[in-house]
Structure formats: C-alpha cells, structure tokens
Design a binder for this molecule. Sequence first.
Ligand SMILES: [Cu+2]
Length: 380
Amino acid sequence: MSLSEIPRLSDLVAESTTRRSFLRDSALSLVIPAAGAALASCSKEGSAPPQQRGAATATAQQPVTGVQPHNSDSRLDSSVLKGEHHVGSSATGPATAGIASLAYHRFAPELPPLPSAHTQQLHFHAREAPIRIDDTTIIAGWTFEGDIPGPIVHTRVGDTVEFTLTNDADIPHSMDFHAAQIDPKEAFKSVVKGQSLTFKFTPKYAGAFMYHCGTAPVLMHIGSGMFGAIIVSPRESLPAARDFVLVQNEFYLAEAANGSRASDYQKMLNTLPDIVCFNGRPNQYVKEPIRVKVGDRVRFWVVSAGPSHPCHFHIVGEQFDTVYLGSPPGNSLRGVQTFTVPPGGGMIFELLCDVAGEFPFVNHGFGHGQKGAIGILLVE
Ligand SMILES: [Cu+2]
C-alpha cells in the first residue's frame, strides 16, 4: 500500500453509507430496550454465593430482588442465541444525553508513565455516554470513565492494582482484567446500578493486555465500548523508546436516531462491522498523526479488543525489528513485516525509526484497514 492509497474520509463515509443501507434492508432489527434485556440476561444466574473469595470485596449489598447479577466469560452470549434474552441496541437514555454540544477529541495514544508506588489504586465508573468518533458519527456508548476505549492503565510485574468498579448505569456491568489471575466469579461479577466492587491483583507477566466488561452478553458490552488496555511493564527495563498504545475495535451501528448511533447486536452476531479503528475513532491518526523523531525507537503496545476480529498489524515502509508475542523481553521474533493480534490478545511491536517520512500503520486485513484501522506514524 502506498500513501496515495490511504482512504479519504469522504470515501469512507460513502462506502459506509452504502453498506449501512444494505444492512438496514437485510438485517433483522431488534428494538427491545437494552436495559431490561441486559437485566434479563442476568436473571438466571441468581445463585452467586455471598461469601468472599480471592481478593474481591463488594462494598455495598446488591438489591434483594432474587436477581443476583453474575457474569462469566464462559456464558458469553449463548443464552441470547437460544432466544432467552433480547438485546438489540445500546441506545439507553444517558448514552444519548448531551448530543448537541458534543465535541470530538483525539484519544491520546501515549503510554502513561509508571506510577512511583508499587500499589496503584484505580476507581472506574461504568457509565453510558455519547462519544463523537468523527465528524459525522456519535456513538451511544457504554463506557468505562466516559470514553472509548477506557483509560490506559500502566503497571509493572509484581506491583499491585487495587481496582474499584462503581456502576453509574442502569444495567449491570463488570470488569475483567486479562492481566489478572483471580477467581472470576468473585472479582469479575456484575455490579448493579449504584453499587461498587473492589478487588486487587498482582500481574505475573508483562505484556499488552485487554480489559473489558464481562457481563452477559459479553459481545454486546464489548461491542458497545466497554474495553481498554492494561500495559504491564517487565521488572527489567526494555530499550528506551517512544511507547504508544493502540487498541483496535469494531463498531456495529444502527441508523442514527436522536443524533447518535446505537450499537446493533444482530450486526455484532453477523460480525460484519461498520467501522474498525484504533483507539475508538476511525482514521484519527491519519488526521492527526503520531509524531516521532528520526532515530527514535518506537514501541507499539497493540491490543485487539474485537469483539470478534483480529488486527494484522503492519507499518507500510517499515519492518519491526522485534515483536514480542508474550511477556517481554523474551518471546520475541526478529525482522517481522506483519503479525496478527487475536481478539482478546495483545502484542508488542518495536521498530527503529531511522528513516524520515510518513509511515501508515494499518490493519493489513484491508477490509478492516479501509473501515478506519489506519493511522500515520510521522518520522521527522
Ligand atoms: Cu458492561
């Protein structure tokens, strides 16, 4: 691919509109409100034991309704496929609030510095929020901390993360850190509106890890925006570099209504996305490139949040001198052109920028690169 082949935004919009029209006419459209549906999705799991195991601590009692929300990745969306539940759209009230004045912002890709303390306390709120992802599209998002993806977390092997999730949303949500080894039935269980859950973990392995809401149906919660990256640095320093985090995801969207586009669960099941992008916005680093200097070593921590597709990561005109498939500094390959990050996975890509120029970084599965999973690394 050459620079001249980088898609113009107008082309993407035109392509997307055509596809939306096709899907609108052909896809089954479910309109039952998501709130009741997601509550229903938890209703058959009402027997979660109250005892605390592992390091998870509920800080408030769940309502006594006979409905004890409980999630697990193992349930996934099988119950939905059996027709027990009805989840069609993310368009809940708060997810479409304040549309008129909503501004676009670029998602900063820089890896935040490590905290100096060896114990890091994080408090995320699950909440619904509209997110402007480009000039023409506002998503009715389900979020951690009001953005898609959620905040980049940076910790280190052997350090401790003390995490609290508070749910401000009408439907249950939860948190699943792939960097943790912990009893998921306790730590990753769903939290209902107004409640909080605290747990802690100590990462054993370095790497680029995904986090996500694990409340059933997981597909709907990840697909509506509840994901992010937790970067675990090794105890020993990696080579000095400019570190950037890229989280690829897909959006599956209904037609605009009340100024925003809800996530469409039936489209998610069909796995034909409208948009594929890095850090929640299609083409954002084409419009505002990632800038480095000649001579810089650059390290991309790439996470594929999915919910269903991988990222075939490639930089046009460059090669990765090192790709860490697992915990760095081991587990590395040398001299790699493209490597695939699976959904739910993360890998680390390093290169030495010894040539000046504009280098497109892409998902080389070009159906998805064309839908927005592309950016520019500008070496000056
Ligand atoms: Cu959720």
